[in-house]
Design a protein. Sequence first.
Length: 84
Amino acid sequence: MATVSRIGGPLTPKIARRPVASSMMRSAGYDETHAVLEIEFVTGNVYRYHAVSQREWHGLMEAPSKGRYFDTHIRDKYPARRVG
């Protein structure tokens, strides 16, 4: 069962992130139960993207350029909320 915490609104799961090789991102994680992608950017900001498919998560993690994949497939395509 996922750990939940209150971050500026409804209960949200704690998502484990892992480091990624990217000039744009430090780490990324995915909660498949809730279809939530969490990304920590090099700026230190953390965002959650909602209703992201597992296919998109795998695409991001397998992409040679995580930033390019993010810009093309995720940014402005899914509802997002800054959580940190």
